[in-house]
Write a protein that binds this ligand. Structure first.
Ligand SMILES: Nc1ncnc2c1ncn2[C@@H]1O[C@H](COP(=O)(O)OP(=O)(O)O)[C@@H](O)[C@H]1O
Ligand SMILES: [Mg+2]
Length: 257
């Protein structure tokens, strides 16, 4: 038997040159209820992110961008529709698998940083790597975890800040810490919610440069923003309008009378 016979190698989904999306939402719906008032924010929103892609979701304030990002990251569940990570339905994950998905496979960056005020920069950065780690494992891995955090902080120009608390840092520095923390577990996807929304243009630009560098290294990025210029840094821009995702912002515009 000729073991070297030319057999076509079949890669699922590769027939047309594409590959399985790393993260996707299919027709997701989400309604918030406050007392007797129900507001449907997402009305069948779909988005598909290819491995290594940087997608920006552009939408006005209140259009449901954060809601969609939380669904994509498993922080919230859709009322209908599906979220899939590498083809597996996130809503069917066991609670352990869901924790692992949120802690290891995705990294979150928020507009207001969400650092813990009582922890210093190094401790904030290491935090995701300490979640669910028992005492024995912690003693065995402490050194490695600390070195990873220090290397990230060094890379982001924060080595002189490791012992400082968030309150002692500028907004730009806080967001750099938040990105270091998000990258701590080497996620495959970074989910960024208006990551420059609280920063001046120059500082925001440097944060986008950092995200761009990680993207060049292979990280997939989903970033939501209300700012067209910021969105234009991504490979692809989609629009969240009327609870749905469109390639163009004017698809749902009313027809002229
Ligand atoms: N937990 C919640 N409870 C009730 N309403 C909410 C909640 N979160 C968001 N909303 C409402 O849903 C809409 C979309 O919110 P959000 O996803 O935060 O939009 P965006 O991020 O685009 O500004 C807004 O009208 C907001 O007030
Ligand atoms: Mg928001």
């Amino acid at each position: 038997m000729n073991l070297h016979a030319q057999q076509p190698i079949r890669v699922p989904g590769a027939e047309d040159g594409s590959s399985l999306p790393i993260l996707e939402a299919e027709s997701v719906e989400r309604t918030y209820r406050m007392g007797r008032v129900a507001v449907q924010v997402l009305k069948g929103a779909s988005i598909s992110v290819r491995p290594g892609e940087w997608v920006a979701i552009l939408g006005s304030s209140g259009s449901g961008k954060s809601t969609l990002l939380h669904l994509l990251g498993g922080l919230d569940r859709p009322d209908a529709g599906a979220v899939r990570f590498r083809g597996s339905s996130v809503s069917q994950f066991s609670s352990g698998a869901l924790d692992r998905f949120r802690n290891e496979h995705v990294g979150f960056v928020f507009q207001f940083y969400h650092l813990l005020p009582e922890l210093n920069v190094l401790e904030n950065t290491m935090l995701p790597a300490t979640v669910g780690v028992g005492r024995l494992e912690w003693s065995a891995r402490k050194q490695e975890i600390r070195e990873r955090a220090r290397a990230l902080l060094d890379r982001f120009g924060l080595s002189h800040r490791v012992r400082h608390r968030p309150a002692e840092l500028s907004g730009g520095e806080r967001q750099r810490v938040a990105i270091a923390r998000a990258l701590m577990r080497r996620p495959e996807v970074l989910l960024a919610d208006e990551p420059t929304g609280n920063l001046d243009a120059k500082t925001g630009g440097s944060i986008l440069d950092m995200i761009a560098e990680q993207h060049r290294n292979g990280l997939s990025v989903v970033m939501v923003t209300h700012d067209q210029w910021i969105a234009s840094r991504a490979d692809r821009v989609v629009h969240l309008v009327d609870g749905r995702v469109a390639d163009r912002g004017d698809d749902h515009a009313p027809h002229p009378a």
